[in-house]
Ligand binder design. Structure first.
Ligand code: GLY
Length: 360
């Protein structure tokens, strides 16, 4: 078992990473004694794979637990799902002694975390991520919320979990596409903070897709360590945490313009990172060689790097509505070199248009 600790002024919590951990979650929760009652929130896919088993094992430990689920997919990360879950919690008679268990990928973690953050003005949440993307990124750092049709993650709050429990063995049940999505966030961490992580990803690619649990565990630990380090310095994203948005300003706009059900978050931020890297070259920061290395790695993971069907005007308009706009200017996280970022670089519409047209 590898345990990392994320310490903030407001909270301190463990991130436990261990192959086979899922089987011991019920006993661990009993020992932690977080409250009188538990509600597992999951999606329709994960509830079947792991939710019912977890509910049963918690009951065997004598814990009071219910399981709620909502349809899988980013298109369900919206206020209607959030409201329905709040109403179900109230109908179950949940009060402030209830703890939410968020069991699933990034969508489940964000929605269940937001429900926990706001139900009766806030109840505890334990994050149990079941996708690589959620394990290396979304479950850590307390971002919770839902999308609007017109904007990604627009409604939400920070609500730090009490614990994050990660079982790399769970990844064996994932489709290759889910590994791809998670690897996009891992490439992000390498590009912004640790070039040796890129070496590791390049050298272990086959093992990730083969579901090698020990190599995946090492990947998860390395990525979680980067994320923990950044969040501990800047919980509410007023400074250095912005680096984690590398590729996301463009990626979020692409998710909205193409439709949440049409493009995965991983594919969107892979394209967003290519745009950001090319912008970094065009404004005289990153070398072309390093930019090409990032693109080759994303292509090797399996992402199709083309914007042939995307409207430059629409994407720029959407990015300008993004919450990361400051004083009307589009600010990007760019790369100085692989492993080192420049925050808040002002970029013109013409720069973006030129890069997008070069990817058509
Ligand atoms: N996923 C980016 C962040 O947590 O800040």
């Amino acid at each position: 078992m590898k345990t990392l600790t994320l310490t903030l002024d407001s909270a301190s919590y463990p991130i436990m990473i261990d192959a086979g951990l899922m089987k011991g979650v019920a006993a661990l929760l009993k020992k932690e004694n977080l409250g009188g009652r538990y509600v597992i929130i999951s999606d329709s896919t994960v509830a079947k794979l792991y939710g019912t088993d977890l509910e049963q094992s918690m009951k065997k430990e004598g814990l009071d637990v219910s399981l709620l689920s909502f349809p899988a997919g980013e298109e369900h990360k919206h206020l209607k799902t959030y409201t329905a879950l709040q109403e179900q919690l109230f109908e179950l008679g949940c009060d402030r002694s209830t703890t939410i268990i968020a069991l699933g990928g990034g969508v489940v973690g964000d929605v269940a975390g937001f429900v926990a953050a706001t139900y009766m003005r806030g109840i505890p949440v334990v994050q149990i991520p079941t996708t690589l993307l959620a394990m290396v990124d979304a479950s850590i750092g307390g971002k919770t919320g839902v999308d609007l049709e017109t904007g990604k993650n627009i409604v939400g709050v920070f609500h730090q979990p009490r614990m994050v429990l990660i079982d790399p063995e769970v990844l064996g049940s994932l489709e290759a596409d889910e590994i791809k999505n998670g690897l996009a966030e891992c490439v992000k961490h390498g590009c912004i903070a640790d070039v040796t992580l890129l070496d590791f990803i390049e050298s272990k690619m086959d093992a990730f897709f083969a579901g090698n649990a020990s190599v995946l565990a090492e990947l998860i630990v390395r990525n979680c360590s980067i994320k923990v380090d950044v969040v501990m310095q800047d919980e509410k994203e007023s400074g250095i945490r912005k680096m984690l948005n590398y590729g996301h300003t463009f990626g979020h706009a692409l998710e909205v313009s193409r439709g949440y059900a049409t493009i995965s978050h991983g594919a969107a931020i892979a394209l967003g990172m290519v745009v950001a890297a090319r912008l970094s070259v065009s404004v005289g920061r990153l070398s072309k060689l390093e930019c090409d290395r990032q693109i080759a790695l994303l292509e090797r993971i399996g992402f199709k790097i083309t914007l042939a069907d995307d409207s430059v005007e629409d994407i720029i308009k959407l990015m300008k509505k993004d919450k990361k706009m400051i004083d009307g200017a589009l600010k990007f996280v760019l790369l100085e070199r692989l492993g080192k970022v420049d925050l808040d670089v002002a970029v013109t519409d013409a720069d973006i248009a030129a890069v997008m047209r070069g990817m058509a």
